[in-house]
Write a protein that binds this ligand. Structure first.
Ligand SMILES: Cc1ncc(COP(=O)(O)O)c(C=O)c1O
Length: 453
């Protein structure tokens, strides 16, 4: 693409390092430079309107012009526009938010630690566990079990927990990370194996992994209730009960990474509630502030807190924290966001979810779609070259990019992710907007099919 030298697109390309951006697709389609947002729509610098079919990065679920969130931020900016929570100092909104999170958490939580992002929150959870085990006579408990295809962030530790090949060029994962199976029944189950049987097999594999590594070396297990960036993979039936039984046997703490699922995505406030997960640590971010402020939170159970507190006292403090974490403005926004989600918006997610799933499943018949899967308001279409063998297209065909580009031309933003295309629309959308989304996805699949058949 050639752009006029002073165009926004040329300026973007000349000034910005691109994150998780397919560089060939960027060369062909160019960057999308946005000017403003309204409801669930964004407008680019040429005035073209797009429905945000991925809620930004799963987070902007209440739209781009929520007056309550903006007012909460502005009021707090006027009162105490910034502070930290080091050295026993804190701000009122940060305390109120910690209390509110304790009240709405999926399991009993005794205290909350704030960060600026989901990555920092998962990273902090690992450091917390390391300190805790060390201070409780178990210094060998260093290893974290993650899962193939998981996504937990981009810091050195959380990239290590991310079970994707793209961390390898960084020389990661760190040696402390070991990987359990990806729980994708459609892709990895044996012929004729039921979801329940597959879950039992994965639990047996986990037990073997723990025995191989030595139970006394395992610090924790981390999992997303639904794998998000892995391509929206809901757990197979019976998966988390089977996995948790193994972890409990070896006293291995469970970190639930609720960064995507938390605050409504699966149709309940927490993915843990949708799948019967009883974690020891819950990590939240994204919808926590509707993306209006960078924030993450680590919530710990009373038992973890007790053991952690003992370890901290031995070394006098938790030598960890982020300058802008627990920010009073972010906390004020989060308090307003939780209020909005819990008083009506979650009901809208539940009202829309059956239609979302029905229309998603209907696309499973399309020639390009191997599996249509999802839960609540998150879904993925697994794109295949051959429906029988489930073989994906060659990467060079860039079929996901083709679908996303066709959608973009029609005013819809959706995201190719690995071999799938992901849908995660805002929680405040109407049925008519949901229908536009699926009609457009269908047209985009048809167009991509015409190109690659
Ligand atoms: C499940 C999960 N955990 C952690 C993260 C990392 O969050 P952040 O990008 O805010 O660092 C993400 C981001 O998409 C995520 O999906």
């Amino acid at each position: 693409m050639n752009y006029a030298p002073n165009s926004w697109e040329a300026r973007e390309l000349a000034s910005t390092l691109h994150t998780f951006t397919d560089l060939t697709a960027l060369e062909e389609s160019g960057p999308m430079v946005l000017e403003r947002g309204e409801g669930i729509y964004v407008f680019d610098v040429h005035g073209k309107r797009y429905l945000e079919g991925n809620s930004g990065l799963w987070n902007i679920v209440l739209g781009y012009d929520n007056a309550k969130l903006i007012d909460a931020a502005m009021a707090q900016y006027r009162k105490l526009p910034a502070h930290h929570n080091f050295f026993g100092r804190n701000s009122q909104p940060s305390i109120e938010l910690a209390e509110r999170l304790k009240a709405v958490a999926p399991v009993p939580v005794s205290r909350v630690f704030f960060t600026n992002s989901g990555s920092e929150a998962n990273d902090s959870a690992v450091k917390l566990l390391w300190l805790m085990h060390g201070g409780n006579g178990q210094p060998k408990r260093r290893k974290i079990i993650s899962r193939i295809n998981a996504y937990h962030g981009v810091t050195v530790m959380t990239a290590s927990l991310t079970g994707k090949d793209y961390v390898k060029p960084f020389g990661l994962p760190l040696p402390e990370v070991v990987f359990a199976d990806c729980p994708h029944h459609w892709r990895f189950a044996q012929a004729g194996e039921s979801e329940q049987d597959y879950s039992r097999r994965l639990a047996r594999n986990l037990e073997e992994l723990i025995q191989r590594e030595g139970p006394e070396t395992i610090a924790g297990f981390i999992a997303e209730p639904v794998m998000g960036a892995g391509g929206v993979i809901p757990p197979p039936e019976g998966y988390f009960p089977a996995i948790q039984a193994v972890l409990r046997k070896h006293d291995i703490p469970f970190i639930a990474d609720e960064v995507i699922c938390g605050f409504g995505r699966t149709g309940n406030l927490w993915g843990c509630q949708t799948y019967g997960i009883k974690p020891d640590i819950v990590v939240a971010s994204k919808v926590l502030t509707n993306g209006y402020f960078p924030m993450g939170a680590v919530m710990v159970s009373p038992e973890i807190d007790r053991r952690f507190d003992k370890a901290c006292r031995d070394v006098h403090f938790f030598p960890h924290g982020f300058t802008t974490a627990g920010h009073p403005v972010g906390a004020a926004v989060a308090l307003a966001a939780i209020e909005i989600v819990t008083s009506g918006v979650l009901d809208n997610v539940r009202r829309l979810a059956p239609r979302f799933m029905a229309r998603l499943k209907a696309l499973g018949d399309h020639a390009l779609v191997g599996e249509a899967r999802g839960v609540g308001l998150m879904g993925a279409l697994e794109i295949v070259a051959d429906k029988k063998t489930k073989a994906p297209f060659d990467e060079d065909v860039a079929v996901g990019e083709r679908i996303a580009t066709a959608a973009r031309e029609r005013g819809l933003i959706i995201r190719p992710l690995g071999t799938s295309v992901v849908l995660a629309p805002p929680f405040i959308m109407t049925e008519a907007e949901l229908d536009f989304l699926f009609d457009t996805v269908k047209q985009s699949l048809d167009e991509a099919w015409r190109q690659v058949r």
